[in-house]
Design a protein around this ligand. Structure first.
Ligand SMILES: [Mg+2]
Length: 185
C-alpha cells in the first residue's frame, strides 16, 4: 500500500481559530483578513497574554467544522492506502500550552475519524522528517518533504499561489475532497 500523509487543520477541519479569535476580540473577521497562514496575527500585541490564557480554557476543536466530504473520502482512502494523519501541535504564541492542544487534537481525531488507527496519528512540527508516497496539506511549506504526489489543499492563505508556482513545486491544487477522491481513487 502506498503511504498517504494527510494534514489536519484546514484539510480535515476548518475555521476553528477564526471563530475563537472573533469570540475573544468581539470581532467579525474572516480568515482572509489575516493576510497570512497565522490567523493569530489578528490579535493585537497588547492582548496576546490574555489571548493565551483564554485559549487555554477552550477546546479549539469545539469551534471547527469538518471539511465537507472529508470523513467519507478518508474512510474510502483508508481501505486502499496506508493513511496517516500528521499535524503540528506546538502553539506558536505560547509553546507551554501545546500539551493541551495535543490532547484536544487526539480526542477530535479519534472521535471524528474512528476508522483511522490512533497509532497512525502523527504529532510533529517538521513533516519533512516523514517519508510518504503522497502528501495532502494546505501549507506549501509542509508539502516540501519527499513524495511522488503532492496535493495542495486550497485554503485562505494559499489561494494566490500561481499555476507557475504550483508547477515549480510539483503541487497539484485540490479545492475539495471530491477532487482528492477523483485523483486518488
Ligand atoms: Mg494545515
Amino acid at each position: 500500500m502506498k503511504k498517504l500523509i494527510v494534514d489536519m487543520d484546514d484539510v480535515l477541519c476548518e475555521k476553528g481559530f477564526i471563530r475563537m479569535i472573533n469570540e475573544f476580540l468581539g470581532t467579525n473577521y474572516e480568515q482572509e483578513d489575516a493576510g497570512s497562514y497565522y490567523i493569530n496575527d489578528l490579535i493585537p500585541k497588547d492582548r496576546l497574554e490574555d489571548w493565551v490564557k483564554w485559549y487555554y480554557t477552550k477546546n479549539a476543536y469545539d469551534y471547527v467544522d469538518i471539511v465537507k466530504d472529508a470523513q467519507e473520502v478518508m474512510e474510502k482512502l483508508n481501505k486502499v492506502y496506508d493513511v496517516y494523519i500528521a499535524t503540528a501541535y506546538v502553539f506558536r504564541d505560547e509553546p507551554k500550552v501545546s500539551g493541551k492542544t495535543l490532547n484536544d487534537k487526539y480526542n477530535f481525531l479519534s472521535e471524528k475519524f474512528p476508522f483511522i488507527n490512533p497509532h497512525k496519528f502523527i504529532f510533529i512540527s517538521n513533516k519533512e522528517l516523514l517519508d510518504a508516497d503522497i502528501r495532502i496539506d494546505d501549507s506549501p511549506k509542509k508539502l516540501m518533504g519527499k513524495a511522488s504526489l503532492k496535493l495542495l489543499f486550497t485554503a485562505y492563505h494559499n489561494k494566490n499561489m500561481t499555476e507557475e508556482e504550483l508547477k515549480e513545486n510539483n503541487f497539484i491544487r485540490v479545492n475539495n475532497w471530491k477532487e482528492v477522491e477523483k485523483i486518488l481513487l
